[in-house]
Ligand binder design. Sequence first.
Ligand SMILES: C[S@@+](CC[C@H](N)C(=O)[O-])C[C@H]1O[C@@H](n2cnc3c(N)ncnc32)[C@H](O)[C@@H]1O
Length: 278
Amino acid sequence: MTTRLFEEKEHVLYYLKYRFSPPQKIQDMIFNYIHQKLDKPYELAVDVGCGTGQNTKILASHFQNVLGVDVSEAQIEEAKIAVNFPNTTFRVSPAEEISVDDESVDLLTAHAAVHWFDIGKFMKEVDRILKPGGCLALFCYYPPREVHYKDRSEKMSKVISEVDNLLSKYQHEKMKLVRTGYKEIFEVIPYTNKLRRDGILTKIAMPLAGLMGFVHSLALFQMYRTAEPTQAMELIKTTEERFLEIMDVPSNETEIEVCFRYFLLLASKPKEKQQCNL
Ligand SMILES: C[S@@+](CC[C@H](N)C(=O)[O-])C[C@H]1O[C@@H](n2cnc3c(N)ncnc32)[C@H](O)[C@@H]1O
């Protein structure tokens, strides 16, 4: 069954403002893989669960055409405004039934999204739409537990870890796939040519306000806010105050560095038809 958590306009606006594109290191790993596996021209990439298009826009300069799909109308509405490239289109569509032709896609990506899908149906759809030799890139990051600021990183990291510990109690069943680094999803990719990379360390500089906005945009936080609206908003306020006190600065525009540990699944569909266990 499709999980609907990203429909609310306010949540989507947090998304648009505070979610980031995949770091350069991850982009390089994906494109190096494609260059090894895929023959040019690269005609079509599909970004599934595209949200407001943070990953979709990265694909635009590498492919003749890019399609971003998401089950949330609100996300697609904002993606269309935010990403305005002539070769990129967005469409409301479930990941499990994407309206593109059989064997027409060179690369299919899902950034921080596949754990929400019906994995069995999605893998069948992947196999239907990928060209022979086409590639799949599924990637995400663990909730951040490391924040750096001058010599105060230990105290800063303790605060964000406490926030994660609290929010993890409100974890949706599907988020467990994130906590295990997509190990289970890797197992069901129906191709033998596949690899899994874990613990890819990336650091993203952002103002403290950016980290607070990111926390606000998390599905975990949305679930907490639904269960405990007053406490949830209080958590954002007190967490920011704790950070400011540790940093000994007055402004939440002060820059910090947040560590994200990514995991990445890469696979390529066989060029020749093979028996496939789907
Ligand atoms: C955590 S967001 C990630 C968005 C974006 N890829 C990014 O990089 O920020 C997950 C997205 O997956 C979408 N989603 C969840 N289940 C879906 C499904 N079955 N089919 C398509 N999209 C889905 C949600 O609407 C949401 O926009």
